[in-house]
Design a binder for this molecule. Structure first.
Ligand code: GUN
Ligand code: ZN
Length: 440
Protein backbone atom coordinates (compact mmCIF):
# COMPACT_ATOMS: atom_id res chain seq x y z
CA UNK A 1 0.00 0.00 0.00
CA UNK A 2 1.27 3.48 -0.92
CA UNK A 3 0.38 6.70 0.84
CA UNK A 4 1.81 10.15 1.49
CA UNK A 5 1.31 13.07 3.86
CA UNK A 6 2.20 16.71 3.44
CA UNK A 7 2.81 19.37 6.09
CA UNK A 8 5.46 20.74 8.45
CA UNK A 9 7.85 18.01 9.65
CA UNK A 10 10.10 17.77 12.71
CA UNK A 11 12.71 15.03 12.89
CA UNK A 12 16.15 14.24 14.32
CA UNK A 13 19.24 12.74 12.70
CA UNK A 14 21.30 12.38 15.88
CA UNK A 15 21.45 12.99 19.63
CA UNK A 16 21.13 16.69 20.54
CA UNK A 17 22.40 16.01 24.07
CA UNK A 18 25.70 14.90 22.51
CA UNK A 19 25.95 17.03 19.37
CA UNK A 20 23.65 20.02 20.00
CA UNK A 21 20.35 20.85 18.33
CA UNK A 22 21.77 22.71 15.33
CA UNK A 23 23.18 19.63 13.65
CA UNK A 24 20.60 17.06 14.83
CA UNK A 25 17.13 18.67 14.80
CA UNK A 26 15.50 19.30 11.44
CA UNK A 27 12.37 21.33 10.78
CA UNK A 28 10.92 21.40 7.29
CA UNK A 29 7.95 23.81 7.04
CA UNK A 30 6.38 22.16 3.99
CA UNK A 31 7.46 18.56 3.46
CA UNK A 32 6.13 15.37 1.92
CA UNK A 33 6.59 11.95 3.52
CA UNK A 34 5.74 9.10 1.13
CA UNK A 35 5.33 5.53 2.37
CA UNK A 36 5.10 2.10 0.81
CA UNK A 37 5.07 -1.42 2.23
CA UNK A 38 5.45 -0.06 5.75
CA UNK A 39 8.52 2.10 5.09
CA UNK A 40 9.30 5.68 4.19
CA UNK A 41 10.25 5.90 0.52
CA UNK A 42 10.55 9.69 0.10
CA UNK A 43 11.04 12.60 2.47
CA UNK A 44 11.97 16.19 1.78
CA UNK A 45 10.68 19.64 0.83
CA UNK A 46 7.33 19.30 -0.95
CA UNK A 47 8.50 21.07 -4.12
CA UNK A 48 11.35 18.59 -4.49
CA UNK A 49 9.43 15.40 -3.65
CA UNK A 50 6.14 16.11 -5.42
CA UNK A 51 7.52 15.65 -8.97
CA UNK A 52 9.06 12.30 -7.97
CA UNK A 53 5.75 10.73 -6.93
CA UNK A 54 3.35 8.87 -9.21
CA UNK A 55 0.64 11.32 -10.36
CA UNK A 56 -2.16 9.10 -9.06
CA UNK A 57 -0.75 8.92 -5.49
CA UNK A 58 -3.08 10.53 -2.97
CA UNK A 59 -1.14 12.98 -0.80
CA UNK A 60 -3.03 13.83 2.42
CA UNK A 61 -2.48 17.54 3.16
CA UNK A 62 -2.32 18.47 6.84
CA UNK A 63 -1.80 22.20 6.43
CA UNK A 64 0.49 24.71 8.11
CA UNK A 65 -0.95 24.29 11.62
CA UNK A 66 0.05 20.63 11.73
CA UNK A 67 3.31 19.05 12.81
CA UNK A 68 4.30 15.65 11.45
CA UNK A 69 6.87 13.66 13.40
CA UNK A 70 7.90 10.09 14.05
CA UNK A 71 5.46 8.32 16.35
CA UNK A 72 6.19 8.55 20.06
CA UNK A 73 8.12 5.82 21.88
CA UNK A 74 7.00 4.80 25.40
CA UNK A 75 9.89 2.92 27.02
CA UNK A 76 8.11 1.75 30.18
CA UNK A 77 4.42 0.99 30.65
CA UNK A 78 2.22 -1.66 32.32
CA UNK A 79 -0.83 -2.45 30.19
CA UNK A 80 -2.57 -4.52 32.93
CA UNK A 81 -2.68 -1.45 35.15
CA UNK A 82 -4.93 0.53 32.81
CA UNK A 83 -8.03 -0.51 34.84
CA UNK A 84 -6.54 1.03 38.01
CA UNK A 85 -4.87 4.27 36.84
CA UNK A 86 -5.53 7.06 39.33
CA UNK A 87 -5.81 4.95 42.49
CA UNK A 88 -5.63 7.14 45.56
CA UNK A 89 -3.36 7.67 48.44
CA UNK A 90 -0.41 5.27 48.55
CA UNK A 91 3.29 5.30 47.69
CA UNK A 92 5.01 2.56 45.72
CA UNK A 93 5.08 -0.52 47.96
CA UNK A 94 1.62 0.01 49.48
CA UNK A 95 0.25 1.01 46.07
CA UNK A 96 1.51 -2.29 44.61
CA UNK A 97 -0.11 -4.33 47.39
CA UNK A 98 -3.35 -2.38 47.58
CA UNK A 99 -4.17 -1.77 43.94
CA UNK A 100 -1.73 -3.37 41.49
CA UNK A 101 -1.52 -6.97 42.62
CA UNK A 102 -5.31 -7.40 42.95
CA UNK A 103 -5.97 -6.15 39.41
CA UNK A 104 -3.14 -8.18 37.87
CA UNK A 105 -4.78 -11.38 39.15
CA UNK A 106 -7.66 -10.79 36.75
CA UNK A 107 -5.33 -11.42 33.81
CA UNK A 108 -5.47 -15.18 34.26
CA UNK A 109 -8.64 -14.68 32.19
CA UNK A 110 -7.49 -14.35 28.58
CA UNK A 111 -10.67 -12.60 27.44
CA UNK A 112 -10.27 -9.96 30.10
CA UNK A 113 -6.61 -9.56 29.13
CA UNK A 114 -7.57 -9.08 25.49
CA UNK A 115 -10.14 -6.45 26.25
CA UNK A 116 -7.63 -4.45 28.31
CA UNK A 117 -4.87 -4.94 25.71
CA UNK A 118 -7.17 -3.64 23.00
CA UNK A 119 -8.17 -0.57 25.03
CA UNK A 120 -4.52 0.07 25.93
CA UNK A 121 -3.26 -0.07 22.34
CA UNK A 122 -6.14 2.01 20.96
CA UNK A 123 -5.56 4.67 23.59
CA UNK A 124 -1.79 4.63 22.98
CA UNK A 125 -2.35 5.19 19.25
CA UNK A 126 -4.89 7.91 20.00
CA UNK A 127 -2.10 9.62 21.94
CA UNK A 128 0.41 9.24 19.10
CA UNK A 129 2.46 6.45 20.67
CA UNK A 130 3.40 3.84 18.08
CA UNK A 131 6.11 1.85 19.89
CA UNK A 132 6.21 0.75 23.52
CA UNK A 133 8.11 -1.53 25.86
CA UNK A 134 5.37 -3.14 27.92
CA UNK A 135 5.01 -5.19 31.10
CA UNK A 136 2.32 -7.86 31.03
CA UNK A 137 1.48 -9.99 34.09
CA UNK A 138 2.81 -13.27 35.41
CA UNK A 139 0.27 -15.14 33.22
CA UNK A 140 1.58 -16.12 29.76
CA UNK A 141 -1.92 -15.64 28.31
CA UNK A 142 -1.69 -11.95 29.20
CA UNK A 143 1.36 -11.76 26.90
CA UNK A 144 -0.40 -13.62 24.10
CA UNK A 145 -3.35 -11.24 24.41
CA UNK A 146 -1.20 -8.13 23.98
CA UNK A 147 0.93 -9.51 21.15
CA UNK A 148 -2.15 -10.75 19.26
CA UNK A 149 -3.72 -7.29 19.43
CA UNK A 150 -0.45 -5.52 18.51
CA UNK A 151 0.12 -7.88 15.60
CA UNK A 152 -3.32 -7.11 14.19
CA UNK A 153 -2.41 -3.41 14.27
CA UNK A 154 1.08 -3.98 12.81
CA UNK A 155 2.80 -2.20 15.70
CA UNK A 156 6.46 -2.44 16.66
CA UNK A 157 6.18 -3.47 20.29
CA UNK A 158 8.25 -5.17 22.96
CA UNK A 159 6.60 -6.96 25.87
CA UNK A 160 7.07 -9.80 28.29
CA UNK A 161 5.70 -11.99 31.03
CA UNK A 162 6.43 -10.66 34.51
CA UNK A 163 8.65 -13.03 36.49
CA UNK A 164 7.93 -12.92 40.25
CA UNK A 165 8.34 -15.69 42.79
CA UNK A 166 8.09 -13.95 46.18
CA UNK A 167 6.54 -11.04 48.11
CA UNK A 168 3.27 -11.01 46.19
CA UNK A 169 -0.08 -12.83 46.54
CA UNK A 170 0.06 -16.59 45.86
CA UNK A 171 -1.89 -16.57 42.58
CA UNK A 172 0.65 -14.12 41.11
CA UNK A 173 3.73 -16.19 41.95
CA UNK A 174 5.66 -18.37 39.54
CA UNK A 175 8.88 -20.26 40.27
CA UNK A 176 12.41 -19.89 38.88
CA UNK A 177 11.78 -22.90 36.63
CA UNK A 178 8.25 -22.07 35.50
CA UNK A 179 9.19 -18.45 34.81
CA UNK A 180 12.17 -19.60 32.76
CA UNK A 181 10.16 -22.21 30.84
CA UNK A 182 7.20 -19.91 30.16
CA UNK A 183 9.40 -16.98 29.12
CA UNK A 184 11.41 -19.27 26.84
CA UNK A 185 8.26 -20.56 25.18
CA UNK A 186 6.95 -17.01 24.68
CA UNK A 187 10.27 -15.94 23.14
CA UNK A 188 10.03 -18.83 20.69
CA UNK A 189 6.47 -17.90 19.83
CA UNK A 190 6.72 -14.11 19.55
CA UNK A 191 10.24 -12.68 19.38
CA UNK A 192 10.97 -11.46 15.86
CA UNK A 193 7.48 -12.32 14.58
CA UNK A 194 6.70 -9.36 12.32
CA UNK A 195 7.47 -6.26 14.35
CA UNK A 196 7.10 -7.88 17.76
CA UNK A 197 9.96 -8.29 20.21
CA UNK A 198 10.25 -10.07 23.54
CA UNK A 199 11.27 -8.45 26.83
CA UNK A 200 12.53 -10.71 29.62
CA UNK A 201 10.73 -9.14 32.59
CA UNK A 202 11.77 -9.84 36.20
CA UNK A 203 9.44 -7.31 37.87
CA UNK A 204 12.08 -6.03 40.33
CA UNK A 205 14.51 -7.49 42.81
CA UNK A 206 11.86 -7.27 45.54
CA UNK A 207 9.69 -9.94 43.93
CA UNK A 208 12.40 -12.26 42.60
CA UNK A 209 14.54 -14.75 44.50
CA UNK A 210 18.23 -15.13 43.70
CA UNK A 211 17.38 -18.30 41.78
CA UNK A 212 14.86 -16.45 39.65
CA UNK A 213 17.30 -13.64 38.85
CA UNK A 214 19.74 -16.38 37.87
CA UNK A 215 17.10 -17.78 35.50
CA UNK A 216 16.49 -14.30 34.04
CA UNK A 217 20.24 -13.96 33.49
CA UNK A 218 20.30 -17.31 31.69
CA UNK A 219 17.48 -16.16 29.40
CA UNK A 220 19.43 -12.96 28.70
CA UNK A 221 22.57 -14.94 27.82
CA UNK A 222 20.62 -17.29 25.56
CA UNK A 223 18.69 -14.45 23.88
CA UNK A 224 20.96 -11.40 23.61
CA UNK A 225 18.64 -9.75 21.09
CA UNK A 226 15.68 -9.83 23.51
CA UNK A 227 15.01 -6.92 25.83
CA UNK A 228 15.34 -7.12 29.60
CA UNK A 229 13.13 -4.78 31.62
CA UNK A 230 12.81 -4.20 35.33
CA UNK A 231 12.57 -1.43 37.96
CA UNK A 232 15.40 0.16 39.92
CA UNK A 233 15.85 2.86 42.59
CA UNK A 234 12.35 4.31 42.26
CA UNK A 235 11.41 5.05 45.86
CA UNK A 236 13.44 5.49 49.06
CA UNK A 237 11.57 2.81 51.05
CA UNK A 238 11.88 0.42 48.12
CA UNK A 239 15.64 0.99 47.90
CA UNK A 240 16.11 0.38 51.64
CA UNK A 241 13.94 -2.76 51.56
CA UNK A 242 15.69 -4.25 48.55
CA UNK A 243 19.20 -3.50 49.80
CA UNK A 244 18.14 -5.40 52.96
CA UNK A 245 17.00 -8.37 50.87
CA UNK A 246 20.42 -8.60 49.16
CA UNK A 247 22.96 -7.58 51.83
CA UNK A 248 25.73 -9.35 49.92
CA UNK A 249 25.49 -6.89 47.00
CA UNK A 250 26.99 -3.41 46.68
CA UNK A 251 23.64 -1.70 46.13
CA UNK A 252 20.42 -2.01 44.15
CA UNK A 253 21.82 -1.96 40.62
CA UNK A 254 24.64 -4.32 41.59
CA UNK A 255 21.99 -7.00 42.19
CA UNK A 256 21.03 -6.84 38.52
CA UNK A 257 24.65 -6.49 37.39
CA UNK A 258 25.59 -9.57 39.41
CA UNK A 259 22.97 -11.65 37.60
CA UNK A 260 24.13 -10.31 34.18
CA UNK A 261 21.00 -8.28 33.59
CA UNK A 262 22.86 -5.01 32.83
CA UNK A 263 23.47 -5.11 29.08
CA UNK A 264 22.44 -3.57 25.77
CA UNK A 265 18.61 -3.73 25.51
CA UNK A 266 18.23 -3.66 29.29
CA UNK A 267 15.66 -0.99 30.21
CA UNK A 268 15.58 0.06 33.85
CA UNK A 269 12.50 1.97 34.97
CA UNK A 270 13.02 5.11 37.11
CA UNK A 271 16.62 5.10 38.46
CA UNK A 272 15.95 8.19 40.57
CA UNK A 273 18.23 7.15 43.41
CA UNK A 274 21.14 5.64 41.47
CA UNK A 275 24.56 6.70 42.73
CA UNK A 276 27.24 8.07 40.40
CA UNK A 277 28.94 4.67 40.43
CA UNK A 278 25.65 3.01 39.46
CA UNK A 279 25.13 5.53 36.63
CA UNK A 280 28.59 4.55 35.46
CA UNK A 281 27.46 0.91 35.39
CA UNK A 282 24.40 1.83 33.32
CA UNK A 283 26.70 3.66 30.90
CA UNK A 284 29.38 0.95 30.77
CA UNK A 285 26.92 -1.86 30.12
CA UNK A 286 24.94 -0.06 27.40
CA UNK A 287 21.77 -0.29 29.49
CA UNK A 288 19.03 2.36 29.33
CA UNK A 289 16.94 4.24 31.86
CA UNK A 290 13.25 5.02 31.41
CA UNK A 291 12.39 8.44 32.86
CA UNK A 292 8.78 8.27 34.09
CA UNK A 293 7.92 11.73 35.41
CA UNK A 294 4.12 11.49 35.72
CA UNK A 295 4.53 8.31 37.77
CA UNK A 296 7.36 9.70 39.88
CA UNK A 297 5.22 12.69 40.83
CA UNK A 298 1.98 10.72 41.25
CA UNK A 299 3.51 8.18 43.68
CA UNK A 300 5.65 10.85 45.35
CA UNK A 301 8.69 8.79 44.37
CA UNK A 302 11.04 11.69 43.71
CA UNK A 303 12.65 13.76 40.98
CA UNK A 304 14.75 12.12 38.25
CA UNK A 305 17.74 14.27 37.32
CA UNK A 306 17.91 13.98 33.54
CA UNK A 307 20.91 16.27 33.18
CA UNK A 308 22.94 14.07 35.49
CA UNK A 309 21.96 10.98 33.50
CA UNK A 310 22.98 12.36 30.12
CA UNK A 311 26.16 14.15 31.25
CA UNK A 312 28.63 13.79 28.43
CA UNK A 313 31.34 12.44 30.75
CA UNK A 314 29.43 9.13 30.91
CA UNK A 315 26.13 9.54 29.08
CA UNK A 316 23.44 6.92 29.62
CA UNK A 317 20.67 6.15 27.18
CA UNK A 318 17.43 7.69 28.42
CA UNK A 319 13.91 7.22 27.07
CA UNK A 320 10.59 8.37 28.45
CA UNK A 321 7.97 6.12 30.04
CA UNK A 322 4.35 6.77 30.89
CA UNK A 323 4.57 3.96 33.50
CA UNK A 324 0.79 3.54 33.51
CA UNK A 325 -0.97 2.90 35.87
CA UNK A 326 1.35 4.71 38.32
CA UNK A 327 1.74 7.24 35.54
CA UNK A 328 -1.26 9.43 35.00
CA UNK A 329 -1.37 9.99 31.24
CA UNK A 330 -1.12 8.06 27.99
CA UNK A 331 0.02 11.26 26.34
CA UNK A 332 3.71 11.75 25.62
CA UNK A 333 3.02 15.50 25.44
CA UNK A 334 1.74 15.43 29.02
CA UNK A 335 4.78 13.34 29.93
CA UNK A 336 7.05 16.02 28.41
CA UNK A 337 5.24 18.63 30.47
CA UNK A 338 6.10 16.73 33.66
CA UNK A 339 9.65 16.05 32.43
CA UNK A 340 10.07 19.81 32.09
CA UNK A 341 8.97 20.30 35.70
CA UNK A 342 11.27 17.51 36.91
CA UNK A 343 14.15 19.28 35.15
CA UNK A 344 13.20 22.64 36.68
CA UNK A 345 13.19 21.05 40.14
CA UNK A 346 16.70 19.73 39.35
CA UNK A 347 17.91 23.21 38.49
CA UNK A 348 17.79 23.39 34.71
CA UNK A 349 15.42 23.92 31.79
CA UNK A 350 14.65 21.10 29.33
CA UNK A 351 14.29 22.66 25.88
CA UNK A 352 11.42 21.61 23.62
CA UNK A 353 13.96 20.46 21.02
CA UNK A 354 15.62 18.11 23.48
CA UNK A 355 12.27 16.97 24.88
CA UNK A 356 10.81 15.93 21.50
CA UNK A 357 14.03 14.08 20.80
CA UNK A 358 13.48 12.04 23.98
CA UNK A 359 9.89 11.29 22.96
CA UNK A 360 10.94 9.99 19.53
CA UNK A 361 14.48 9.15 18.46
CA UNK A 362 15.85 9.21 22.02
CA UNK A 363 13.34 6.56 23.08
CA UNK A 364 14.19 4.55 19.98
CA UNK A 365 17.89 4.82 20.82
CA UNK A 366 17.24 3.68 24.40
CA UNK A 367 15.65 0.57 22.84
CA UNK A 368 18.41 0.14 20.20
CA UNK A 369 15.78 0.78 17.52
CA UNK A 370 17.01 4.09 16.10
CA UNK A 371 17.72 2.44 12.74
CA UNK A 372 14.04 1.40 12.52
CA UNK A 373 11.77 3.93 14.24
CA UNK A 374 11.93 7.32 15.95
CA UNK A 375 12.80 9.52 13.00
CA UNK A 376 11.64 10.40 9.51
CA UNK A 377 14.09 9.37 6.80
CA UNK A 378 14.03 7.17 3.72
CA UNK A 379 14.13 3.50 4.72
CA UNK A 380 12.76 4.02 8.23
CA UNK A 381 9.58 2.23 9.27
CA UNK A 382 6.60 4.49 8.56
CA UNK A 383 5.20 5.20 12.03
CA UNK A 384 4.05 8.82 12.25
CA UNK A 385 2.10 11.14 14.48
CA UNK A 386 0.42 14.26 13.09
CA UNK A 387 -0.10 16.97 15.71
CA UNK A 388 -2.56 19.84 15.49
CA UNK A 389 -0.70 22.89 16.82
CA UNK A 390 -4.00 24.66 17.62
CA UNK A 391 -5.87 21.81 19.28
CA UNK A 392 -7.69 23.78 21.98
CA UNK A 393 -8.98 27.36 22.11
CA UNK A 394 -6.33 28.29 24.70
CA UNK A 395 -3.50 26.81 22.61
CA UNK A 396 -4.82 28.47 19.44
CA UNK A 397 -4.92 31.77 21.27
CA UNK A 398 -1.41 31.38 22.70
CA UNK A 399 -0.01 30.33 19.32
CA UNK A 400 -0.77 33.79 17.86
CA UNK A 401 2.03 35.12 20.02
CA UNK A 402 4.60 32.44 19.25
CA UNK A 403 7.61 34.08 17.64
CA UNK A 404 9.55 31.01 16.53
CA UNK A 405 9.16 27.31 15.86
CA UNK A 406 10.94 26.55 19.16
CA UNK A 407 8.37 28.60 21.05
CA UNK A 408 5.50 26.91 19.21
CA UNK A 409 6.94 23.50 20.07
CA UNK A 410 7.32 24.45 23.72
CA UNK A 411 3.68 25.58 23.82
CA UNK A 412 2.62 22.12 22.57
CA UNK A 413 4.79 20.43 25.18
CA UNK A 414 3.32 22.44 28.03
CA UNK A 415 -0.32 22.80 26.95
CA UNK A 416 -0.91 19.89 24.56
CA UNK A 417 -2.22 16.41 25.27
CA UNK A 418 -4.12 13.67 23.40
CA UNK A 419 -6.39 16.30 21.84
CA UNK A 420 -3.38 17.55 19.87
CA UNK A 421 -3.09 14.23 18.01
CA UNK A 422 -4.79 14.60 14.66
CA UNK A 423 -3.69 11.34 13.11
CA UNK A 424 -1.44 8.35 13.79
CA UNK A 425 0.12 6.09 11.15
CA UNK A 426 1.53 2.63 11.78
CA UNK A 427 3.62 1.07 9.03
CA UNK A 428 2.23 3.61 6.57
CA UNK A 429 -1.40 2.94 7.48
CA UNK A 430 -3.65 5.46 9.23
CA UNK A 431 -4.76 3.76 12.46
CA UNK A 432 -6.27 6.82 14.12
CA UNK A 433 -7.87 10.00 12.84
CA UNK A 434 -9.24 12.41 15.41
CA UNK A 435 -11.86 13.88 13.13
CA UNK A 436 -12.88 10.67 11.36
CA UNK A 437 -16.52 9.63 11.38
CA UNK A 438 -16.84 5.91 12.01
CA UNK A 439 -14.12 3.36 11.16
CA UNK A 440 -11.06 4.23 9.13
N1 GUN B 1 8.09 -1.62 40.95
C1 GUN B 1 7.74 -2.92 40.88
N2 GUN B 1 6.58 -3.08 40.22
C2 GUN B 1 6.17 -1.85 39.86
C3 GUN B 1 5.04 -1.36 39.13
O1 GUN B 1 4.16 -2.10 38.70
N3 GUN B 1 4.97 -0.02 38.96
C4 GUN B 1 5.93 0.83 39.42
N4 GUN B 1 5.80 2.14 39.18
N5 GUN B 1 6.99 0.39 40.10
C5 GUN B 1 7.12 -0.93 40.31
ZN1 ZN C 1 6.79 0.44 36.09
Amino acid sequence: MRSAVRGPVLTYSGDPFAAGLDSTMHYEPDAIVAMEAGRITHFGPAEKIDPLLPPDLDVTPYGKDALISAGFVDCHVHYPQVPMIASYGEQLLDWLNTYTFPVEQKFSDKDFARSVASAFLRESLRSGTTTACVYCTVYPQSVDALFEEAEALGMRLAAGKVMMDRNAPGPLLDTPKSSYDESKALIGKWHGRGRLMYAITPRFAGTSSREQLEAAGALCREHPDCYMQTHVAENKSEVAWIEGLFPERQGYLDIYDHYALCRPRAVFGHGIYLSDAEMQTVHRTGSALAHCPTSNFFLGSGVFNLRRAVTQERPVRVGLGTDLGAGTSFSMLSTLNEAYKAAQLSGYALSAGHAYYLATRGGARALYLEDKVGSIAVGMEADLVVLDMKSTPAIAYRMQFAESFEQALFIQMMLGDDRAVQATYVAGRPVYRRDAQGDL
